[in-house]
Ligand binder design. Sequence first.
Ligand SMILES: Cc1cc2nc3c(=O)[nH]c(=O)nc-3n(C[C@H](O)[C@H](O)[C@H](O)COP(=O)(O)OP(=O)(O)OC[C@H]3O[C@@H](n4cnc5c(N)ncnc54)[C@H](O)[C@@H]3O)c2cc1C
Length: 458
Amino acid sequence: MISDIHTLIIGSGLTGLSTAHYLKKAGIPFHVIEKDAGPGGVIKTVTENGYTYELGPNTGVIGSSEIVELFEDLQGLCELETANENAQKRYILKNGKWEQLPSGVMAGIKTPLFSLKDKFRLLGEPFRSKGKNPHETLSQLVKRRLGQSFLDYAIDPFIIGVYAGDPDILVPKYALPKLYNLEQNYGSFIGGAVKKQFEKKTEAEKKITRKVFSAKGGLSNLVNALYENAGKENFSFNAVNLQVLPENGGYRVSWQANEKKQDIIAKHVVFTGGSFELPEVFSFVEKGNLEKITHLRYAKIIEVTLGFKTWKGIELDGFGGLIPSKEKRDILGVLYMSTLFENRAPEDGALLTIFMGGIRNENLANQPDDKIKEVVKREITDLMQLTEFQPDLFKITRYDYAIPQYEVNSGERFETIANLENQYPGLILGGNMRDGIGMADRAKQGKMLAEQAKNSRI
Ligand SMILES: Cc1cc2nc3c(=O)[nH]c(=O)nc-3n(C[C@H](O)[C@H](O)[C@H](O)COP(=O)(O)OP(=O)(O)OC[C@H]3O[C@@H](n4cnc5c(N)ncnc54)[C@H](O)[C@@H]3O)c2cc1C
């Protein structure tokens, strides 16, 4: 038996590791239990045959100061890598052709992505009245403020890229709170964005550059550095049948590892897994309450990694391309990973990541590998203008629970989590069921969870 502990963390993905990092910094004893054989959760980098590729997330956005802080604290163990300036160029498919997403006024006027009517309507955006329905969907909000063509050829592909989701279902108050608050606090997206630029920033806010990032050599270097820095002795892997039960004002946590039963008593239990894991782990919590959390839907995703020793397709001079659902293609988008980061493919070669499935195309995500290979070959040959399709790396990775969808029921979920934490002092429910889905959100939440455990009165 591991001796009693202040905080027990369930899960060693980026959220669990960030929580461990901040507890370690605060000098608070903790232990991390993980069912996988190693740390990182969905983050996994592979290096083979001249390629360095990701099996989970490929790139993040520096959208919180905490993600920068992690790299600062881990200096010497891993290094932040921001993407090549080319990352600014993003392509959207329209009528089967890649069009660059405009970044300036002139490009915005000229772009064929949006209708002339909507371009004119944009001038009136700062004067449109703000929405009153907090449960308005993203499609409704965008149509109201910007127009249908902006929904179809900017927001829809953006949401596919971030959530593998559907703007008809996602609710901005929960899924894109920054955008929602621009309208609520400033009355306009454009006006709000301009005003925010002139607001005084704290030192922490200055770190939020919104640049695209990875870790040098791949994201596994970040999670491995977090693991090492937190102290390997503070982790237990291969844990199955994990159960948490209240006991004497704390919690008894039991699990099996390598067929041996283990037990630990913890004052605080921080959960960082998916919502679908909750009923098994917390069998003492009333079923009706858990259902208000477990109804969270996740997008199924297939991630395909392609490596080419010599690239003979279109110029890969950007972040990649996203495909609006209106285009009715069988892939969601392509990332040009070898353009973004150093040493990801052999010289003159290319590394691409392709995403398939998502909320609108779940059926495709259920297809066998042969079918997936056929679809990828057809789509990539056409979209990348390849004369022959001969990758020397072709890797398929499947996720049944890839990205949680913050839909209309999210408010009820957040409220239920808060009520449960009140009802069971010391129980802390984190993970991507709340507080955002990106890696920067996970680092930020990790700090918050550590503070919650540290400041708890029990
Ligand atoms: C395919 C894909 C692409 C993505 N792309 C991007 C991207 O481009 N940019 C970006 O910012 N984000 C992206 N994300 C999201 C980002 O990867 C995640 O938000 C983040 O890595 C999740 O970290 P986490 O620790 O919350 O969850 P996870 O990584 O899922 O870790 C949870 C851990 O808890 C463990 N666990 C769960 N239940 C138990 C239990 N009962 N007992 C023991 N252990 C348990 C799991 O085994 C797992 O290791 C992507 C995600 C996926 C899946």
